[in-house]
Design a protein around this ligand. Structure first.
Ligand code: NAD
Length: 258
């Protein structure tokens, strides 16, 4: 395979949840590989800092992914970047850290609206434009929680939803030349995990075959690959990037007695 198939030169990408954590790293990695990126987030200050650091290849756009009209603005803004809009990374996500009996209706709705409805809206609004550009690649950021579970019930349901929605989209959009895959990060060192105590982090990492926190760059390398022509035969797939967490964390207990 020639290195050129990994290049994103001439492509335009939309990345949501782009201001911080993994999203910021997706923007950096894709612009490094030649893409122009519309970086979408609610956090204007963090977005402005990111694009100031990257330069002209990244453009900031404030929007809430849970809102249809704001997605239409995202589409219109992305089309003004020039080039072919051929990459969408549905990365924005929230978690509420409540249990079944404590979760409020509003709390449930917000997690589902951002994580699941936002992913659908992004595909609904941008897939027709990507079709006109000749096709492309959509990467939906689910979670290891979309392969097993998370203590937050709405988070688990939203991430299983993203995984299933990805299969539907892969079937429907394949004939338009659009590949759709979900990625399933495990523990990644981002602001989303700032809540975690040292004990919790230590316990989780000790159960991993690769016993370190994932870094945003680990996920960004996978996303940039899936966005590129080098991944041209991959669609409808679910790819764990979790240091082995979902390969059998329970085996850790058994290993201790071997
Ligand atoms: N960090 C992890 O361990 C981990 C593990 C598995 C999956 N994930 C998923 O990866 C994705 C990125 O996570 P992260 O850890 O980088 O999170 P993060 O909290 O560090 O960053 C998320 C970004 O999304 C933005 N955002 C939130 N709601 C939004 C909305 N409605 N519209 C637009 N932007 C919005 C936030 O402002 C923030 O900049 C999320 O979907 C998350 O669920 C994270």
């Amino acid at each position: 395979m020639s290195f050129d198939r990994l290049s994103l030169e001439g492509k335009v990408a939309v990345v949501t949840g782009a201001a911080k954590g993994m999203g910021g790293e997706h923007v950096r990695t894709m612009t490094d590989r030649g893409a122009r990126v519309l970086a979408v987030d609610l956090d204007r200050d963090a977005l402005d800092m990111l694009v100031a650091d990257i330069g002209a290849a990244a453009v900031a756009h404030v929007a809430d992914v849970a809102d249809l009209e704001q997605w239409e603005d995202v589409r219109d803004r992305a089309l003004k970047l020039g080039g072919e809009l051929s990459i969408l990374v549905n990365n924005a996500g929230v978690v509420s850290h409540t249990r079944i009996s404590q979760t409020t209706k509003a709390g449930w709705d917000r997690v589902i609206d951002v994580n699941l409805k936002g992913t659908w809206l992004g595909m609904k609004v941008l897939a027709p434009v990507m079709r006109e550009a000749g096709g492309g690649s959509i990467i939906n950021v689910s979670s290891a929680a979309g392969l097993d579970q998370h203590p937050d019930p709405a988070y688990t349901a939203s991430k299983w939803g993203v995984r299933g929605l990805t299969k539907t989209a892969a079937q429907e959009l394949g004939p338009w030349g659009i590949r759709v895959n979900s990625i399933h990060p495990g523990y990644i060192d981002t602001p989303m995990n700032d809540f975690a105590s040292e004990e919790l982090t230590g316990a989780m990492l000790s159960m991993l075959p690769i016993s370190r926190p994932g870094q945003p760059q680990d996920a960004a390398e996978l996303v940039a690959f899936l966005a590129s022509d080098a991944a041209g035969f991959i669609t409808g797939s679910e790819i764990a990037i979790d240091g082995g967490w979902t390969s059998g964390a329970q085996a850790f207990e058994a290993r201790r007695f071997r």
